[in-house]
Design a protein around this ligand. Structure first.
Ligand code: AMP
Ligand code: MG
Length: 346
C-alpha cells in the first residue's frame, strides 16, 4: 500500500483524509507549529498505531486537536474561566491547554492520566478535516521518536517513506511557527507553563495575571522522574550529534569554536554570523534580528545536520523571553543543557 500525498489546496483533501481517520488510519497533518501524525483520538486502536509508527514511549500522552473552542465541552469537564479566556485570545493558534478529561477519550490517548492536552490549530485544512471526520484528532509531532520535529511534508516523507507506514500526508507547505505549541496546565491552583512555544510567557501572564514555570522547562529531567508533561523528560528535538551551545558575543563564540573545530564538527548559527565561520561550512537557521525566523528554521536546520558524519554541533542560541524563550528551550534540550560561555573560556 502506498502513502497518499494530499495537497492542502485540493478541496477534496478534508473528505479524503477524514475517511482515512474514520477508518482508523494515520494521516500526517500540517499545523502552524509542526507537522503532526494524526489518528482518531477516540479510537484506542488507531491511537496505538501512532505510538508504533513513531516508536514513541507509551507513557507520553498525545495532544488532541479540535476544530473550535466549543468542542472543549465534549472532551473535558470542569473547564475553568481561564481556559475560555485563553481560547478566545489564542485559538486557533499555537496554544495547548491541559484540562480534566471525559471518559470518551481512551487511556491510550492520555497515557492513563485524568487530564488531556487540547489544542485548536490554525491550519484551515486541518480544522476542515477535524470537522469532516467528526472526531478530535490525536497528534504528536510526526517525526520518528527521538528525531528533530517535522516542519515540512518532506520531513515526514524522509521519516516514513511512501510505502504505507502511514496512510496519508497532507502537504500544507512549511510550518509558520516551527516549534511545538505552548502547553499550559490549568488543572492546578495556578496556571503552569509546561512547554514554551509560539504563544509567549509574557502574553500568558498579561492575560492570566500569574504563571508558574514547570521545572521541566528549566532544566534536564531524569528519565524516571514524575513530571506533569511526561514528554518533557525525554531527550528531545535532537540530532544524533552532541550539541553544545556556545554563548557570548558573536566574535567570542566564533573564536572559541574556530579554535576547536575539526572534522566531524558542524556550526549552527545566525545568518549574520555566517562570515565568521568561513571554512567551517556553517548552517544558519535564521536571523537574530527576527526571532521568528529562528523558530521556523530551527528543526529544518537540525535535520540537515542529523548525519552520521557529524559528531559535534556548536550552536548559537538566542537569549531572553518571547519566542526566543521557546527557541532556547528546544536548543538547550537538544544540547542536554551543555552550555559554554565563550567569554569566560578565552
Ligand atoms: P508532542 O505531541 O510530541 O508535541 O508532545 C506532546 C506533549 O504534550 C508532551 O510533552 C506531553 O507530555 C504533553 N502532554 C500531553 N498530554 C498531557 C497531559 N494530559 N498533561 C500534561 N502534559 C501532556
Ligand atoms: Mg514531539
Amino acid at each position: 500500500m502506498k502513502t497518499l500525498i494530499l495537497s492542502a489546496a485540493d478541496r477534496n483533501t478534508p473528505v479524503t483524509a477524514a475517511k482515512i481517520i474514520q477508518a482508523g488510519g494515520l494521516v500526517a497533518i500540517p499545523t502552524e507549529t509542526v507537522y503532526g501524525l494524526g489518528a482518531n483520538a477516540m479510537d484506542a486502536e488507531a491511537v496505538s498505531k501512532i505510538f508504533l509508527a513513531k516508536g514513541r514511549p507509551q507513557d507520553n500522552p498525545l495532544i488532541i486537536h479540535i476544530s473550535c473552542a466549543e468542542e472543549l465541552n465534549l472532551y473535558c469537564h470542569d473547564i475553568p474561566e481561564a481556559a475560555w479566556l485563553l481560547a478566545s485570545h489564542f485559538w486557533p493558534g499555537p496554544l495547548t491547554m491541559v484540562l480534566p478529561v471525559r471518559d470518551c477519550i481512551p487511556k491510550q490517548t492520555t497515557a492513563g492520566l485524568n487530564t488531556v492536552a487540547v489544542r485548536c490549530p490554525k491550519s484551515e485544512v486541518t480544522r476542515a478535516l477535524i470537522r469532516e471526520a467528526g472526531v478530535p484528532i490525536a497528534a504528536p509531532s510526526a517525526n520518528l521518536s527521538g528525531k528533530p520535529s517535522t516542519t515540512t511534508a518532506e520531513h515526514v516523507l524522509n521519516d516514513y517513506g511512501t510505502d504505507g507506514k502511514i496512510d496519508a500526508i497532507i502537504d500544507g507547505g512549511p510550518c509558520e511557527v516551527g516549534v511545538e505549541s505552548t502547553i499550559v496546565d490549568l488543572t492546578g491552583k495556578k496556571p503552569r507553563l509546561l512547554r514554551p512555544g509560539g504563544v509567549t510567557p509574557e502574553e500568558l501572564t498579561a492575560l492570566l495575571g500569574e504563571l508558574e514555570v514547570d521545572r521541566a522547562v528549566l532544566g534536564q529531567i531524569s528519565n524516571d522522574a514524575v513530571v506533569r508533561a511526561p514528554g518533557m523528560k525525554y531527550k528531545h528535538y535532537a540530532p544524533s550529534a552532541e550539541v553544545y551551545i556556545i554563548s557570548g558575543s558573536s566574535e567570542a563564540a566564533a573564536a572559541y569554536i574556530r579554535r576547536r573545530f575539526t572534522d566531524g564538527d558542524a556550526v549552527l548559527c545566525y545568518k549574520e554570523e555566517l562570515p565568521l565561520y568561513e571554512g567551517c561550512n556553517p548552517t544558519a537557521y535564521g536571523s537574530i534580528q527576527d526571532i521568528r525566523t529562528l523558530s521556523s528554521g530551527l528543526f529544518a536546520a537540525l535535520r540537515t545536520l542529523d548525519r552520521p558524519e557529524i559528531k559535534t554541533i556548536y550552536a548559537r542560541c538566542p537569549e531572553g523571553g518571547g519566542v526566543a524563550y521557546a527557541v532556547g528551550n528546544r536548543l538547550k534540550k537538544a544540547a542536554a543543557f551543555r552550555i559554554v560561555n565563550a567569554e569566560a573560556e578565552e
